[in-house]
Write a protein that binds this ligand. Sequence first.
Ligand code: SF4
Length: 286
Amino acid sequence: MSKIKVSELFYSIQGEGRYMGVPSIFLRTYGCNFTCQGFGMPRGELSTEAEAVAVNVEKYKNYKDLPLVSTGCDSYASWHPSFKHLSPMLETDSLAQSIVDLLPQKTWKDEHLVITGGEPLLGWQRAYPDLISHPLMRGLKEITFETNGTMRLTKVFKDFLNAWQQPPLGMPKTHEVTFSVSAKLPCSGEPWDDSIKPEVVVDYETVGTVYLKFVIATEQDFADAECAIAAYRKAGFKGHVYLMPVGGVESVYALNNRKVADLAMKNGLRYSDRLQVPLFKNEWGT
Ligand code: SF4
């Protein structure tokens, strides 16, 4: 049986992208290949908020106790080594049971599963087939991987996901996999060549529906997004593109959301809100 290091498991409403408003189980895996310390900072400067929280790490017994940060990665505890102890390694059997226990009717209705992170397509690709094919997951029909779009899918995992979506002969398709690719622009603090990987994202389109989601605040961020979109299109990317405002806390989100919505309208792109901020104040577990 496989194991996954789980940072958070909760039930909420998807606040972003294609499935905005859909009741969803969120499985947040531990580990990321980035740190995104540039979010919310003046260009070229890096946030130290996660480090400041880590100084008092012994105060925090679980995710609900952790403070929110207004700069850097808002899910810092899902990759920062100081918070590793808050993320248990769970067997897929018990994880499937915990997931079903979170469903309001204890059985799948119209809920979808969001596998997020951290970066969920790191090593855990090898464990997902055990989880997704578990008997308790039989009613699940839609899965989104929220990824930074830099990790290649293994052949084994691609074959599994394609088979999972394949309907019985003569029947309509009922199962769907989506990749919500939040490609990191320079405002994240990550180097372009490490974060913009068009050939990786185009390959996701051989498995499921893929869309790009750029987190932006300024005109400069939008100019960066345009360069990135051109690179993805050149590589053959066919999916939709969303613009989403920077803002893991309400004050920052409120500064950016209208401006980013206007930019999306002006440029014929889709706007993604982050409903978890106005609805739930983006608290851990929402
Ligand atoms: S890729 Fe996502 S989870 Fe990883 S550091 Fe950046 S914002 Fe955080």
